[in-house]
Design a protein around this ligand. Structure first.
Ligand SMILES: *[C@@H]1O[C@H](CO)[C@@H](O)[C@H](O)[C@H]1NC(C)=O
Ligand SMILES: *[C@@H]1O[C@H](CO)[C@@H](O)[C@H](O)[C@H]1NC(C)=O
Ligand SMILES: *[C@@H]1O[C@H](CO)[C@@H](O)[C@H](O)[C@H]1NC(C)=O
Ligand SMILES: *[C@@H]1O[C@H](CO)[C@@H](O)[C@H](O)[C@H]1NC(C)=O
Ligand SMILES: *[C@@H]1O[C@H](CO)[C@@H](O)[C@H](O)[C@H]1NC(C)=O
Ligand SMILES: *[C@@H]1O[C@H](CO)[C@@H](O)[C@H](O)[C@H]1NC(C)=O
Ligand SMILES: CC(=O)N[C@H]1CO[C@H](CO)[C@@H](O)[C@@H]1O
Length: 530
């Protein structure tokens, strides 16, 4: 199970700065911005931490424009100097044009939504179409065999901004790292098993892994149609709620989304600081808090116990233990591996445009074999998962039996059983370990929020050939789990926890990893030289 998780997490990232939308001249906003020079540096939002709401305020009042918000200077600064974070693979060449158009549209019509003109970074396994209609497809992600978390042939080894060479976790590694130091306003990742919550955990950001079928996977490289889901990685619950409200909803191109309850909730309405008051929160202690099984550093459980005290102090009843009847079976089962990777040929066939030259799973395997300098990093062993899935015809009775078994273990005898037996509103666990597995195989949601940081005297461990974990100052997350489509409630509990702890800013990334370029520099030229 462990090595399997590592493999899926591996399934890499990237990020394309895709600023949405349309049109004309930016002169009037620019001059408004310039008049506001008197605002001074201090009055402008700090791009390390700024929120979407704060950015929208500045955009609405004309203090700055979406063009000014192009994070390219910060991205370039981090790429050129200091540590090799490798969070981004490419930026969208039409982003500035789109920003100009969006600024003009805002002047005339106001904003379309809370994401109007807000730069978004998108994981590399999410296909994009440029606004001109030119199809641009992100590189195929890597989930082939035992590779290090955060590594891709295309992007190299992504690293954490909290300790040099620390594991960023994955597979949405670049999204997590970029969000953590303000290389974009908000980011998107995908999760099959742990790929949003783990990078949220390791990078001190919020991650929402939505219920499978809440957000469309159309254009996302498929691992499992029953487990894959797209969700936000952001610096706050409020930002994640804004993004989720925009990306949730039915999409005819992904029929799993047609079964969701409607209307889509306005997740920003879940931002309630007292939401934990009177709620019953369960702790599935067996297996998930057993270090012998999870392999977690003991500090994880230590800090988790503090979180439980905080949750109690916020008026919740902590039901402890509230075990999953299926806990032991979940960690010993191999069934999750059976439901992966069987849709890749269909994915290739459905691409609108494919500049890569690779047209099928078989050609992908061949490409990897033919390009060892690109695709076989240190300690590379094999691409066994791809080869195994190439060997199968896919949807046979073994597959359907595994799927049914997973649903039973994850949902019926897992999360739903515990919620029902103990009359709970949600479950809570530290993010590291096997926390993601029951929700992965059930297709259920997880909301992860900053919990703490490994202490300076933690024993540094090896993660990949080029990465370490744990390490001093590397973040740890707290995960709230619930039943299908309980995002609204989970967001409210995570928000109450976040707002009563403010853990994120208790420790910042290491200085060399923090970009220094700020809005002031972008608006008034290089480093305020105007
Ligand atoms: C989605 O469509 C596929 C192919 O048409 C079908 O096999 C599957 O049952 C549908 N799934 C849902 C959830 O409707
Ligand atoms: C916030 O949550 C508490 C506890 O559930 C509830 O009593 C209160 O009505 C909520 N406030 C709002 C504005 O929804
Ligand atoms: C933790 O797991 C180990 C290995 O399965 C087991 O021997 C031990 O009893 C468990 N500890 C607790 C407290 O359940
Ligand atoms: C699924 O897991 C169960 C329990 O671990 C096991 O008995 C069964 O053989 C697994 N199915 C497959 C197809 O491996
Ligand atoms: C289904 O495909 C898998 C992978 O090739 C294979 O191991 C399994 O035996 C097949 N099951 C049946 C019932 O043919
Ligand atoms: C780290 O320091 C804390 C506080 O001084 C101490 O309780 C803990 O045992 C130390 N841990 C290690 C691994 O040395
Ligand atoms: C915006 C973007 O990512 N463009 C790239 C899309 O892919 C083509 C072909 O690989 C590249 O040339 C573009 O730079």
């Amino acid at each position: 199970m462990k090595s399997f998780s590592a493999v899926v997490l591996l399934y890499i990232f990237t990020v394309i700065c895709s600023i949405k939308v349309a049109c004309a001249s930016t002169k009037s906003t620019q001059s408004t911005s310039r008049q506001n020079k008197l605002l001074g540096r201090a009055a402008l939002p700090d791009l390390y931490e700024t929120s979407v709401a704060e950015l929208q305020d500045g955009l609405d009042t004309g203090d700055f424009t979406s063009v000014d918000l192009a994070y390219f200077a910060r991205i370039q600064e981090v790429n050129l100097r200091g540590p090799q974070l490798r969070a981004l693979i490419e930026t969208n060449p039409s982003a500035l044009q789109q920003a100009v158009a969006l600024d003009a549209e805002r002047l005339v019509y106001g904003k379309r939504s809370m994401l109007h003109g807000i730069p978004v970074l998108v994981k590399d396994n999410i296909g994009t179409i440029a606004s001109e209609g030119k199809a641009n497809l992100s590189e195929f992600a890597h989930f082939r065999g035992n590779l290090a978390s955060g590594w891709s042939g295309r992007g190299g080894q992504c690293t954490n901004a909290y300790f040099p060479h620390a594991d960023p976790c994955g597979s949405s590694a670049g999204s997590g790292v970029a969000a953590s130091i303000g290389l974009a306003a908000v980011t998107l990742g995908t999760e099959t098993d742990g790929s949003i919550t783990c990078p949220a955990d390791h990078n001190n950001v919020v991650g929402i892994k939505p219920t499978v079928g809440l957000t469309s996977r159309a254009g996302v490289i498929p691992i499992s149609e029953h487990q894959d889901t797209v969700g936000p990685l952001t610096r706050s619950i409020a930002d994640a709620a804004i993004v989720l409200s925009v990306i949730a909803g039915p999409d005819v191109n992904d029929n799993f989304t047609l079964a969701q309850p409607l209307p889509v909730p306005e997740y920003a309405l879940a931002l309630n600081k007292t939401a934990l008051s009177g709620k019953r929160i369960g702790v599935p202690r067996s297996v998930f808090l057993n270090d012998t099984i999870t392999g977690n550093d003991p500090y994880v459980n230590f800090i988790f116990e503090e979180a439980l005290s905080i949750i109690r102090s916020l008026g919740a009843t902590v039901v402890d233990p509230a075990d999953l009847p299926s806990a032991e079976a979940i960690v010993s089962s191999n069934n999750e591996t059976i439901v992966l990777d069987v849709q890749l040929d269909a994915y290739y066939a459905a691409l609108l445009e494919n500049p890569s030259g690779v047209r099928s799973l078989a050609e992908l395997i061949q490409f990897n074999n033919d390009n060892p300098s690109l695709e076989e990093p240190p300690r590379y062993t094999d691409q066994s998962i791809l080869i195994a899935s190439e060997a199968t015809s896919g949807f046979n009775s073994t597959y359907y039996a595994a799927l049914a078994f997973d649903k039973e273990m994850g949902a019926t005898q897992g999360i739903d059983a515990a919620l029902k037996a103990y009359d709970l509103d949600a479950l809570v666990l530290p993010a590291p370990g096997f926390t993601t597995v029951p929700a992965a195989i059930a297709g259920y949601p997880i909301v992860t929020v900053p919990l703490g940081f490994y202490p300076d005297n933690v024993t540094i461990g090896l993660a990949g050939p080029e990465t370490v974990y744990p390490a001093p100052g590397v973040p740890i997350g707290l995960s709230f789990l619930g039943t299908a489509f309980s995002e609204f409630e989970l967001i409210s509990y995570a928000y109450a926890y976040e707002q009563n702890t403010h853990t994120r800013l208790a420790r910042k990334a290491y200085p060399e990893a923090i970009p220094t370029v700020q809005l002031w520099d972008i608006i008034y030229g290089s480093y305020g030289d105007e």
